[in-house]
Design a protein around this ligand. Structure first.
Ligand SMILES: C[S@@+](CC[C@H](N)C(=O)[O-])C[C@H]1O[C@@H](n2cnc3c(N)ncnc32)[C@H](O)[C@@H]1O
Length: 341
């Protein structure tokens, strides 16, 4: 099925308010209806917590379905996070699937459900009524990048939702002055996607893409951090990254601790900073250093902002922006962002 057909075939809900009302009505008419939510997101957690308070035992969430199982320890303790395959094997335990993924990966998910053992379950999906052409543009760019990365044997830690944020923000800042930078590249997954969107938008001639990483994993650990020093050691160096990105224009790679590389890399103005380093100290350093480099309207995106294993990143962002005029806004999945005033 093409994406639009998949969307038409399911109950499509346009926004969280509409979903809240719908769940409220259905649960009151049919107490005990068992719901599995698809998508480990801040919105899922908030919705579950609110409904548990409001409807008490009438509301029975059974699972959160998400293939990123390593986040289990930072989610709601009483609701298991299970993979799609596990959901298929436990299908008798839920009646309704609510897909909380408001981005084009919705196509992949709805397709997967349609072809699976849970295809006969009641299914709702929530996503905005955006221009499907724009969405399909993302979908195409995303799939092309993923297939090139897989061919090159690259793995990555960012989700399609994170990439969707990058895609939207790149479109938003395309006409502004300033370069694009990523802090926390690992093997180059999100960097490859960002480079391909820049090329697609034809902004790769006027904007550099600056890429920073130690290439030997996290340089240190603060008591606020979960991950150990040395985690995310990419096993690939800057030369391999450059060769992965060879077909793109104006790529510059900086190897080393951000504290050392960022100040000497002559950042002038930035339109987009994608910050994905998971830890307290580097996020704090980057907020302090980059804030004045951001052009008005430029976007700083923090890839891991939830209350969980990347708590350090969140604390750093919250404390830096406490006395700043910018609001911290939620993106998709675990991301948050600010728009520089
Ligand atoms: C979660 S990974 C980045 C994932 C990547 N964006 C992707 O799409 O797969 C975090 C990266 O941040 C890097 N990093 C964290 N703190 C750093 C620091 N202070 N200096 C340099 N690199 C750092 C790590 O080496 C690691 O590669």
């Amino acid at each position: 099925m093409i994406p639009e057909d998949i969307l038409k075939a399911n109950l499509r809900i346009n926004n969280l308010d509409e979903l809240t009302l719908k769940i409220y009505t259905v649960i009151n008419e049919n107490p005990g209806k068992r719901i599995a939510f698809w998508g480990y997101t801040y919105q899922t957690k908030k919705l579950i917590v609110d409904f548990e308070k409001m409807l008490s035992k009438k509301f029975v969430p059974t699972y959160i379905i998400d293939n990123f199982k390593h986040h289990e320890d930072c989610f709601l303790e009483h609701i298991p996070v299970i993979s799609f395959e596990e959901a298929e094997s436990n299908q008798e335990k839920f009646d309704l699937i609510v897909v909380m993924v408001d981005s084009p990966s919705i196509f992949t998910i709805l397709n997967q459900i349609a072809e699976s053992k849970v295809s006969d379950k009641e299914l709702w999906s929530i996503h905005r009524d955006t221009n499907p052409l724009t969405e399909i543009e993302f979908h195409t760019l995303c799939k092309q990048a993923q297939s090139s990365l897989v061919k090159e044997g690259i793995s990555w830690y960012t989700t399609e939702e994170n990439w969707y944020c990058c895609y939207q923000y790149l479109k938003q800042v395309a006409s502004l002055e300033g370069d694009v930078a990523e802090f926390g590249v690992f093997q180059g997954g999100s960097a490859y996607f960002i480079a391909s969107v820049m090329k697609h938008l034809k902004i790769d001639q006027k904007k550099r893409l600056l890429l920073y990483d130690s290439f030997s994993g996290l340089p240190d650990k603060d008591p606020l951090d979960h991950f150990e020093q040395g985690s995310f050691c990419s096993g690939r160096g800057p030369e391999q990254l450059k060769s992965l990105l060879t077909k793109f224009n104006q790529i510059e790679v900086f190897e080393g601790n951000f504290n050392d590389t960022v100040p000497v890399s002559r950042i002038e103005k930035l339109a987009l900073a994608h910050i994905d380093c998971d830890q307290y100290a580097p996020t704090k350093f980057l907020c302090e250093y980059l804030y004045d480099k951001m052009v008005p309207g430029g976007i700083m995106m923090f890839q891991d902002y939830p209350l969980g294993i990347t708590y350090g990143e969140r604390i750093a962002v919250d404390s830096f922006f406490k006395d700043k005029p910018e609001n911290i806004l939620f993106g998709y999945d675990r991301a948050a962002f600010i728009i520089k005033q």
